[in-house]
Design a binder for this molecule. Structure first.
Ligand code: PBG
Length: 346
């Protein structure tokens, strides 16, 4: 088309009608493309989520997450060693308990599967990889909600925010005592970061860092995870997780969590929320991470299994996009595999 701005037309047109500006020059060879790449994905920026099932004697496949398993304590130890060997940034542990109750009490005892797994991981890897625990009650409650239910008349089925904070404090202490380096607060209760920070500091765990799932949306993309942890949830989490319609609110949640003492803030899911991620990254003074969740993983695996997309390219592109949008680190079920590819390539 003809430009209406003469100066611009002059600058972009070369002699005899050749283009004066040729962005393709820098795309010509792999070496040129590598040199001008704005974004990279390094193993140290990846965190591997891992599931540990109480009583499991061998790893059990998760049907909706091909390639992922519910670990036994032994297989967990092995994969944590592997994570350290390939230079991953960290592992995020989730427990699948044998027994659940109304208040998720197994989350708060040293013998609870998640706390046992944290201790195992730390015993195995020491400080070679950052060991993180998921700090949320949903795997431990028999109703499957992220907190305890409100017992007051007229509040049936609602999660009681402030009563839940008491349980999060106890859960945080149990994880800190098990040796966790960082706690992932994923419950989306108001005031959870401040409550947990206070409890940890008062108990001498002031060095344990807090990752706030600041902007965690009520997403359909958590579907396969619910299989992975054998979730018993009926209903949904829309009364505490963010509405997918809301962008500004994601930023607000992140700012609030930083004010409460979060060391890192996270956006979750990642792929469908890159706008929120970019907003948070633009304003945050602390590191910003993103969680590429189970549904994002399952979609690529399913399409690739059908031969509909190039699996490796889709995996790499999806994680690169999350980094490009502003994530300093990414939680992804492909962390080990991406790290191995990086190694093979270099
Ligand atoms: C809550 C939690 C969930 C996920 C991580 N932490 C489930 C939920 O909120 O419903 C989902 C992660 C994924 O889908 O990969 N403990």
């Amino acid at each position: 088309g003809r430009s209406t701005a003469p100066e611009r037309a002059v600058r972009t047109r070369g002699a005899a009608g050749y283009p004066a500006v040729r962005p393709r020059r820098l795309r010509r060879t792999p070496a040129l493309r590598r040199l001008v790449a704005e974004t990279h994905v390094a193993p140290a920026q990846l965190v591997l989520p891992l599931f540990v099932r109480e009583g499991a004697t061998e790893p059990l496949p998760i049907a909706s997450m091909p390639g992922q398993v519910q670990h036994s304590r032994d297989s967990l130890r092995r994969v944590v060693v592997e994570a350290a060997e390939v230079g991953l940034g960290g592992v995020m542990l989730f427990g699948v308990p044998a027994e659940r109750d109304a208040t998720g009490s197994a989350a708060c005892t040293a013998e609870g599967i998640l706390n046992v797994a944290i201790a195992d991981a730390v015993a195995e890897a020491g400080d070679a990889v950052v060991v993180m625990g998921d700090l949320c009650l949903d795997e431990f409650t028999d109703h499957g909600h992220c907190g305890v239910l409100d017992t007051r008349a007229g509040h049936a089925g609602e999660v009681d925010n402030d009563a839940t904070l008491e349980h999060y404090r106890a859960m945080a202490l149990a994880q800190a005592e098990a040796g966790a380096h960082l706690l992932g607060l994923s419950g989306m209760m108001d005031g959870q970061v401040a409550a947990v920070r206070d409890a940890l500091d008062a108990a001498g765990h002031e060095q344990v860092a807090l990752l706030a799932y600041a902007a965690k949306y009520a997403s359909a993309f958590y579907g396969p995870f619910r299989d992975a942890v054998e979730s018993t949830l009926t209903g949904d989490r829309r009364a505490y997780q963010l509405d997918p319609a809301n962008r500004r609110e994601g930023r607000r949640e992140a700012l609030l969590d930083v004010a409460e003492g979060a060391d890192v803030v996270m956006v979750k899911p990642a792929g469908s929320y890159l706008d929120v991620l970019a907003d948070v990254a633009a304003t945050s003074e602390v590191p910003v991470w993103a969680y590429q969740v189970s549904g994002e993983y399952a979609m690529v695996e399913a399409a690739a299994a059908n031969g509909w997309i190039d699996r490796r390219r889709a995996v790499e592109e999806s994680v690169l996009a999350i980094r490009r949008a502003g994530a300093d680190a990414v939680l992804t079920y492909w962390a080990l595999e991406i790290a191995r590819w990086t190694r093979e390539d270099s």
